[in-house]
Design a protein around this ligand. Structure first.
Ligand code: ASP
Length: 309
């Protein structure tokens, strides 16, 4: 039997021109395509939406091109502190971690929180303890410190401010990662993982691990993963807002994504992007940045990898 499914992954919002100038263009598209095909394999062989989004987010974390896992941006002390969350639309179970170091795949730790703890969110020291109990793979600090992030952080320090790993303010690179999926059983799932924003204050937590702000999945509506200025997504609770557009107004994924980005811009002049798959497997993507790196498979169709809507 041919399984029906949909999957979208993103590698953050940013300026395509800048990436091409730096020579990352084809590397990124190859990486997005490869990871998308890995996700396709899981869903096409009857795997769950939850397994597919965890797999895709973990692969994106392992690729130093993205701001998550290896390749995360650095905080004001030149350290990596990562946030991630995963949500199951069938049960509304969720797992989230914030401010972790040394964890190779923060999204896998978030999945453990979902599966094995009675809590939704663990932070800092407690999350590290829990990681040990779960036998999560840990890596030395220098595994995470990649050259282009150190350069980017030095420039941010010189300029004396925090900066989004986004848009047209050099030396931006790539953003946060995420995945949303709809599986053959009709279940939705979403995952988001990030190193946050460049030169962020110690202890700063963005939207990515906050259910409803940077990630959401609900079988009755949609699955959403966001990337952009975390504070703006927190203040607008944007992923929940997008789900509300489906729930209360009957919008499909594309309509809800566009309404969400319009809301983000109208309310807080927000900068970022979202990927959305709805309860019927329709896909939607929108952003207020000049680009968003993403790849999608709609209703088991062909893979589409792009940098704009
Ligand atoms: N949303 C992330 C944060 O604010 C950053 C990003 O999407 O690149 O932590």
């Amino acid at each position: 039997m041919q399984e029906n499914f949909s999957l979208i992954i993103h590698g953050g919002a940013g300026s395509w021109e800048h990436l091409k100038r730096e020579g990352y263009g084809s590397e990124i598209m190859d990486s997005v395509r490869r990871i998308l095909e890995g996700g396709r394999h899981i869903l096409a062989t009857g795997g769950t939406a939850l397994d597919a989004v965890e797999y895709c987010a973990a692969e994106l974390e392992d690729d130093p091109l993205y701001n998550a896992g290896r390749g995360s941006v650095l905080n004001e002390h030149g350290e990596v502190e990562m946030d991630a969350a995963i949500m199951d639309g069938a049960t509304l179970n969720a797992g989230s971690i914030a401010g972790v170091t040394t964890i190779k795949n923060p999204i896998k730790l978030a999945r453990q929180v979902l599966e094995r703890s009675e809590h939704v969110m663990l932070i800092g020291k407690g999350a590290q303890e829990f990681a040990k109990l779960c036998g999560m793979q840990q890596m030395p600090d220098d595994y995470f410190l990649v050259e282009h992030r150190v350069r980017q952080w030095r420039e941010a320090q010189k300029l004396g401010g925090m900066m989004l790993d986004h848009e047209d303010a050099p030396p931006n690179k790539l953003g946060t990662v995420g995945a949303v999926a709809w599986d053959s059983a009709g279940n939705l799932a979403a995952a988001t993982s990030t190193g946050g924003i460049v030169n962020k204050r110690w202890g700063r937590v963005g939207d990515s691990p906050i259910i409803g702000a940077g990630v959401l999945a609900d079988n009755e509506t949609c699955a959403v993963s966001a990337t952009g200025y975390g504070e703006q997504f927190q203040r607008t609770v944007l992923c929940k807002m997008i789900s509300n557009f489906v729930y209360f107004q009957g919008k499909d994924a594309a309509g809800a994504a566009t309404a969400g980005i319009e809301y983000l811009v109208k309310k807080v002049n927000g900068l970022g992007g979202v990927i959305v798959v709805d309860h019927q497997g329709n896909c939607g993507v929108d952003h207020s940045t000049s680009g968003l790196i993403y790849g999608l498979i709609e209703q088991a169709g062909p893979s589409v990898c792009k940098f704009t809507k």
